[in-house]
Design a protein around this ligand. Structure first.
Ligand code: AQP
Length: 324
């Protein structure tokens, strides 16, 4: 099985990114052929600091590696280092109906958020994402639930292309984690935890003191019981999900453990679990920050390996379309 997934170098990684995407990657890299991409070309579709961008991208690579992505097992690279991504995006753009792009909820959300810079790149974002995935003849795309619509569009573009020009692309499958596909905001538990809403997030690199504060301040629900019921108790249900995923204990076990305890005790215990689980990531990142040359070498090697695969797909796609 070939696996492809990407993360934008925008903001810091939060536990939603980790539980929705990265944790799946860590499991998959043990048994499948994995390709992980820092999608810098996606990140420039919203306002960004171009003077610091290279540094930000490098730091994102460091965060990935600190989480446990192993360059000996997986290909890790920067999207703009493999020019085939943009080339295939143009070709796919000619088979993707505008109506489909108009329906994308991420475009609608981001157009509201960045009213003054609604650019064609933002609109075409899902076509570039389809290119990222299809270039590698991907079988599985492990992402969080918010990316489901884009993966569905990718499948539809691939089908349309294959029908029109002959079989060229594998039809990839969306892979959602059984739990944690949509981690909710700490402040507004009916909304997704999202980098752009800073107060909603617990970042992987938050210091222990900050973790404790954020968890203690997290919104809970009326009533006192620690019970999993996302409809009636969205706040505590979200925290139970996070606790379960980081501790390895089932929700049932946790409900039992905190049967006679209040929200305060539960939150203190959750903060402890998070501090312990995230500490190795913080430590590893500190070590890697001093190894810039080594990181750049990993990314360069990754891009070379990715390009071998990408160039073979683009050749076939162009050929099938009647291009040279
Ligand atoms: N809350 C979440 N729960 C589970 N998975 C999530 N992902 C994002 N948020 C959650 C998954 O993380 C991966 C990388 O996401 P991205 O870099 O494309 O960023 P994003 O989805 O734009 O992340 P944010 O935090 O939601 O940023 P903004 O504020 O820009 O919308 C993807 O697999 C995603 O599904």
């Amino acid at each position: 099985m070939r696996v492809f997934s990407g993360i934008q170098p925008t903001g810091q990684l939060h536990i939603g990114n980790y539980l929705g995407a990265i944790r799946q990657w860590l499991e998959l890299q043990e048994k499948e052929e994995c390709i992980f991409c820092i999608v810098d070309l996606h990140a420039i579709t919203i306002p960004y600091n171009f003077r610091e961008f290279q540094d930000i991208v490098l730091k994102k690579a460091i965060e990935y590696l600190a989480c446990g992505i192993d360059p000996e097992k997986s290909i890790i690279f920067i999207q703009s280092d493999v020019k085939e991504h943009t080339e295939l995006a143009w070709l796919l753009g000619t088979v993707c109906p505008i109506g489909d792009l108009n329906r994308m909820t991420q475009f609608k959300d981001k157009s509201k958020r960045f009213k003054n810079s609604i650019n064609a790149g933002l609109f075409n974002y899902p076509v570039l994402m389809a290119s990222d995935i299809l270039l590698y003849q991907t079988d599985l795309v492990p992402v969080g639930k918010d990316q489901g619509q884009h993966v569905e569009l990718t499948r539809s573009i691939a089908r349309k292309f294959n029908k029109k020009f002959g079989k060229t692309f594998k039809i990839p499958k969306l892979l959602l984690p059984k739990m944690g596909a949509k981690i909710m905001s700490l402040q507004e538990p009916k909304k997704k935890m999202s980098k752009s809403a800073l107060s909603s997030c617990l970042f992987l690199l938050d210091e222990p003191k900050v973790i404790r504060e954020k968890i203690m301040k997290a919104t809970t629900d009326s009533g006192k019981k620690i019970l999993y019921n996302p409809k009636r108790k969205p706040g505590i249900s979200n925290l139970l999900t996070i606790y379960s995923l980081f501790s390895g204990k089932s929700i049932k076990e946790l409900e039992k453990k905190f049967e006679n305890k209040g929200y305060g005790d539960f939150k203190k215990s959750l903060a402890k679990v998070l501090i312990k689980s995230l500490e190795p990531i913080r430590r590893k990142r500190k070590e890697l920050l001093n190894r810039e040359v080594y990181i750049k070498e990993i990314l360069k090697k990754g891009a070379k390996r990715a390009q071998v695969l990408a160039s073979s797909t683009i050749k076939e796609a162009k050929n099938n379309m009647g291009l040279t």
